[in-house]
Design a binder for this molecule. Structure first.
Ligand code: GAR
Length: 205
């Protein structure tokens, strides 16, 4: 794995900040929001951002914020302990999946038990499982003429979208709702709720 940005000049292992790793596959608007929220925090440090896509916007956001940003491949993630070793060497306390679309392998689940959070753009258990991500979720919600949808922040276990629910937030669906307007509503809910839920989870509030 080739670093695409330099790590921060000073690590903060000498203080009590919790060190989080963000995993993302896409444009990274949640990564951007989480980085901004914890900028200057005395509780949480975004230590590293990792992606299975080397051109992911999430890596660019991290790089701009001077946070270590690395792509990884299938071998690193599924067929070796490369990603796990990296997380250990960075002394990561929590993993946050912010639009990350690969299933989490057993080596990470067992080493970070109850310490991996995911955000999903529906009210789980509805519209979860394999293939249910991003716009596919919203298209199904609209096709089924749901009156309400929302977001779920949950612990990650070995199944897709299945772990204990930590927080849900809802929005109504109007008669005139379009894919775009629904995406905007969900994005707003994610930005309002994800960073603060991470913080409350980490501080056990
Ligand atoms: C978010 O809506 C997130 O809930 C979703 O991917 C999007 C990523 O957007 N995650 C899933 O669908 C996970 N199953 P972003 O790259 O702009 O943060």
């Amino acid at each position: 794995m080739r670093p695409i940005s330099r790590p921060k000049a000073m690590k903060t292992t000498e203080n009590n900040k919790k060190r989080i790793a963000l995993f993302a596959s896409g444009s990274g608007s949640n990564v951007f929001n989480i980085i901004n929220y914890f900028e200057g925090s005395e509780i949480v440090e975004v230590t590293i951002v990792l992606s299975n896509k080397k051109n992911a916007g999430a890596l660019v956001h991290a790089e701009k914020a001077n946070i270590k940003a690395l792509p990884f491949n299938r071998h690193d993630f599924f067929e070796s302990n490369n990603v796990l070793r990296l997380l250990k060497s960075e002394q990561i306390d929590y993993i946050i999946l912010a639009g990350f679309l690969w299933k989490i392998p057993e080596n990470l689940i067992s080493n970070f038990e109850n310490k991996i959070l995911n955000i999903h753009p529906s009210l789980l258990p509805k519209y979860g499982g394999k293939g249910m991500f991003g716009r596919h979720v919203h298209e199904s919600v609209l096709a089924n003429k749901e009156k309400e949808t929302g977001i779920t922040i949950h612990l990650v276990n070995e199944k897709y979208d299945d772990g204990k629910i930590i927080k849900q937030a809802t929005c109504s669906i109007d008669e005139s709702e379009t894919l775009l307007s629904l995406q905007e509503k969900i994005s707003k809910l994610e930005k309002e709720n994800f960073p603060i839920t991470i913080e409350q989870f980490i501080t056990k509030k």
